[in-house]
Design a protein around this ligand. Structure first.
Ligand code: NAP
Ligand code: GCO
Length: 262
């Protein structure tokens, strides 16, 4: 009984920004759990390498090359998948960027890019995939949120605004689409060791020490730490879970913190 609840066989999953980092780990995990994978990326070379990497591990995957910030590309990309490959049962809105600068100096172009990628694009994907899910009366949407859906931090005003927005977009879509048997939920990763945080993980970087001291688990997360929650939210096991953000953060959001001890 319990294994069948988490079995994704016969389900097609579209993962945006799926060629590296969190997106690749979640896509691979959904594939191992039986899902038929469609990997989105905007870089053709990275997409080919990703598909080959998955296939080398016995996980077939189809490419979906489009820029998630371009509405025409999103609409056409979703239509092509639905028409040529089949129904999208699971959508993982993972693609995201970060730009960092003090708010008073934050470049407007960077603000626009972060909001468009991290908030508008998940809306566009959800809208165009959601139209098909509503018709089928079934679907799973998983939005990748952040600690910055809840907390502010110096230099990440655009990112925090976008991630706060995707938390509320998750709740609002859940409200509108639960009646269509579409569950819309989020995953809020803690500090995860991926390229966007490489600079922080260098030894001696005070932020590295602070992040580890603020995380009760006492370590950085790795992308694979998110896979179990993704499988849960993509599977029948979460059919009565709506509008929830599950934080996979080593306990960071649950603690006031304690004095840093070497
Ligand atoms: P990452 O390694 O930089 O991966 C981000 C992916 O998104 C890249 O493959 C990137 O493709 C893709 N992407 C960016 N803009 C795109 C666009 N316009 N169209 C299509 N794909 C696009 O970062 P990550 O750490 O795995 O982050 C993945 C998600 O998790 C993001 O939403 C991020 O905000 C979120 N997150 C990360 C952490 C963390 O600590 N790492 C924590 C919480 C939340 P390119 O290679 O072409 O740039
Ligand atoms: C930063 C980091 C964070 C993490 C993540 C935390 O500059 O603070 O990049 O934003 O990536 O979003 O959940």
């Amino acid at each position: 009984m319990s294994q069948a609840l988490f079995n994704l066989k016969g389900k097609r999953a579209l993962v945006t920004g799926g060629t590296q980092g969190i997106g690749y780990a979640i896509a691979k995990g959904l594939g191992v759990a039986g899902a038929t994978l469609v990997i989105n990326a905007r870089d053709p070379e990275k997409l080919v390498q990703c598909i080959h990497a998955l296939e080398s591990e016995g996980i077939p995957a189809a490419p979906a090359l489009f820029d998630v910030t371009d509405v025409d590309s999103v609409r056409e990309g979703v239509s092509r998948i639905e028409t040529e490959l089949g129904p999208i049962d699971i959508l993982v809105n993972n693609a995201g960027i970060i730009r960092r600068a003090p708010a008073e100096d934050f470049p407007e172009a960077d603000w626009e890019a972060v909001l468009r990628t991290n908030l508008t694009a998940p809306f566009l994907l959800s809208k165009y995939v959601g139209q098909h899910m509503i018709r089928r009366k079934k679907g799973k949407i998983i939005n990748i949120c952040s600690l910055m859906s809840e907390l502010g931090r110096d230099t990440v005003s655009a990112y925090a605004a976008a991630k706060g927005g995707i938390k509320m977009l998750t709740r609002n879509l859940s409200t509108e689409w639960a009646a269509h048997n579409i569950q819309v939920n989020g995953i809020g990763p803690g500090y995860i060791a991926t390229p966007i945080n490489t600079a922080y993980r260098e030894a001696g970087n005070p932020l590295n020490d602070y992040i580890i001291s603020r995380t009760p688990a006492g370590r950085w997360g790795v992308p694979e730490d998110l896979v179990g929650t993704a499988i849960f939210l993509a599977s029948e096991a979460s059919d009565f879970v709506n509008g929830q953000i599950i934080y996979v953060d080593g306990g960071l959001l649950s603690t006031f913190g304690k004095p840093f001890t070497h």
